[in-house]
Design a protein around this ligand. Structure first.
Ligand code: GCU
Length: 356
């Protein structure tokens, strides 16, 4: 990322916040359009960026260009944690934030961040699409100045390293592993015996290259889009987290806009969600193939020993009543899906027996 470009963008935002105006630009009819700034940390090839382009197209068309959506990728407006703070004040309107960044604002987000809380992709997606679970979580930060609008798939997070292959938790002993700036992620890696090193996403490549860290944990796209695979050649599918990124919006924005404009933002977010979730698997498969060409090796360790080591974290985090309620709802959905799939299996078996 060009530091000069980022500073210019930040100065622009700072100047706009100081004068306290929502920026405007001229639309096709010469009227001034309300600028809607959207910040995220991925590059232009990432499915989240492409989904936000769909959001932009939809919102601008629906509002006859009364809203002018401007997307800032690559942490151009600052590291995600800073972007979330700017979203609280309204200097940035929408931000795609990882759960690690949201944890500092509300415990509710922490539950989704717990290792191995989701049983499968099916479970993870059903939780994320369940209004009864996600609605209250999205609303929980209204007083902090932002709310959740929708989610983007961010795949499965696994551990990757520069030198040592990780087959068991013991292999992690003493290794410095980068985590997001989240207390849960720090505890998670500590439970595995690693030395957890919180760091912003944009610093990870240099950290790996200069051996400030021995590894990190992320989905396959980080190997290619962020070039981590140039330096870290051992990727182990220990599957510790299936985590969404959330599209958050300044809490006042939807009230300040006209009814039609805010509906366009809500519907546009839904369209972006569907586009991104649909695009994710192909993007992850492609990233894996490209990473293999870069010389990254993929390993498939037994995940049970990793799960065992992290089990206590579930107990620790469910001491709090609010977190326990969310935890229980997520687990209940997991059990429901398990029972549903078992039933399907059983009825398939019995129809196969009948056919024979
Ligand atoms: C992924 C995730 C981001 C997160 C990043 C990180 O790219 O999509 O939301 O910030 O990992 O590890 O920091």
């Amino acid at each position: 990322m060009k530091i000069g470009k980022r500073i210019t963008a930040l100065m622009l935002i700072a100047a706009m916040s100081l004068v306290g105006v929502g920026c405007s630009s001229a639309n096709g009819e010469g009227k001034s359009a309300r600028v809607i700034r959207v910040a995220h940390g991925q590059n232009e090839e990432h499915p989240q960026h492409k989904a936000l382009l769909e959001f932009e197209k939809y919102v601008e068309e629906k509002t006859n260009n009364e809203l002018d959506v401007q997307i800032f990728p690559n942490e151009l407006l600052g590291a995600t944690s800073q972007a979330v703070e700017l979203c609280q004040t309204g200097a940035i309107d929408l931000v795609v934030a990882g759960l690690g960044n949201l944890e500092a604002f509300e415990d509710s987000y922490t539950v989704l961040n717990l290792p191995y809380i989701m049983d499968s992709k099916e479970h993870y997606h059903e939780v994320m699409n369940d209004e009864a679970i996600m609605g209250p979580i999205y609303e929980s930060t209204r007083e902090s100045g932002f709310i959740g609008l929708t989610w983007f798939d961010a795949g499965v997070r696994n551990i990757y390293t520069t030198k040592k292959v990780i087959n068991t938790p013991d292999d992690l002993k003493g290794l410095k592993i980068r985590v997001q700036t989240s207390p849960t992620n720090v505890k998670m890696l500590q439970a595995l015996g690693a030395s957890a090193t919180p760091m912003s996403f944009g610093e990870v490549y240099t950290g790996l290259q200069q051996s400030v860290i021995d590894g990190a944990e992320n989905n396959e796209l980080a190997l290619v889009n962020n070039k981590h695979g140039e330096v870290a050649k051992h990727y182990s599918y220990n599957m510790h987290a299936m985590l969404p990124d959330l599209l958050i919006v300044n809490a006042r924005l939807l009230d300040e806009l006209t009814k039609e404009q805010s509906q366009a933002i809500i519907d546009g977010a839904k369209i972006a969600n569907e586009f991104e979730v649909e695009a994710w698997d192909a993007a992850a498969t492609e990233a894996k193939e490209k990473a293999e060409e870069m010389g990254v090796q993929f390993y498939y360790p037994d995940i049970k020993p990793f799960q065992e080591k992290m089990k206590d974290l579930h107990n620790e985090y469910t001491q709090d009543a609010n977190m326990k309620t969310i935890f229980d709802k997520i687990r209940a959905k997991g059990d429901e899906i398990l029972a549903r799939n078992e039933n399907k299996e059983n009825s398939k078996d019995s129809s196969e027996i009948k056919a024979n």
